[in-house]
Design a protein around this ligand. Structure first.
Ligand code: AMP
Length: 191
């Protein structure tokens, strides 16, 4: 089983690469951002709650996010593994994931961080916002708030996974294919 965490700031290419890795290694892709957006689209109570945080570029509270993630893992049986995209984003999410995985006899194989500078990410996000209509990608203040949230709450996870020898950094600048190849080389070495 391969269980990967794709890690990186907004716009670092997690979603794009997860789509490819999912097919290449036959994994289940779980994107917490996509799950929230689906709930928002379907106007669920849960979507309404998530929207109030997402619209400000903040993080959705841990407890509901963790529950949603665990439910998604639990509904997928007999799979080759998972790609967690955009989860965990806080230390308490990471701890909850670890203890949940342990309880079902699974573990994280690797946390792969896609690295790119803020200026490049800002440009990518603005372009993505124009194409997709995602409101949190269209406003520079919201984007910067997401970077702040990443710096304060999410980046400490690098130390967390590094101390378990599970952190791998990949250069996230280049063409989609170049980054794909870097990921394949890495995953084939560690799996
Ligand atoms: P993403 O599609 O991963 O960029 O996520 C979009 C937004 O959804 C984020 O800016 C957060 O508001 C929210 N979100 C996604 N994943 C999480 C998470 N693991 N914890 C808290 N909020 C999240």
């Amino acid at each position: 089983m391969i269980n990967l965490i794709l890690f990186g700031k907004p716009g670092s290419g997690k979603g794009t690469q997860a789509e490819f890795l999912k097919k290449n290694y036959n994994l289940v892709h779980i994107s917490t951002g996509d799950l929230f957006r689906n709930n928002i689209k379907n106007k669920t109570q849960f979507g309404l709650l998530a929207k109030s945080y997402i619209d400000k570029g903040g993080l959705v509270p841990d407890q509901v996010t963790i529950e949603m993630l665990i439910n998604q893992v639990n509904i997928n049986h007999d799979v080759n593994g998972f790609i967690f995209d955009g989860f965990p984003r806080t230390i308490s999410q990471a701890e909850a994931l670890d203890s949940f995985m342990k309880s079902i006899n699974m573990k994280i194989t690797a946390t792969i961080s896609l690295e790119a500078e803020d200026s490049i990410l800002e440009e990518r996000l603005i372009k993505r916002g124009q194409l997709s209509g995602r409101t949190d990608d269209q406003d520079i203040d919201k984007i910067r708030n997401r970077f702040n949230e990443y710096n304060t709450k999410t980046s400490p996870l690098k130390k967390y996974y590094n101390s378990m020898n599970k952190l791998f950094n990949i250069n996230g600048i280049g063409t989609i294919d170049e980054i794909k190849n870097r990921l394949i080389n890495l995953i084939n070495q560690i799996k």
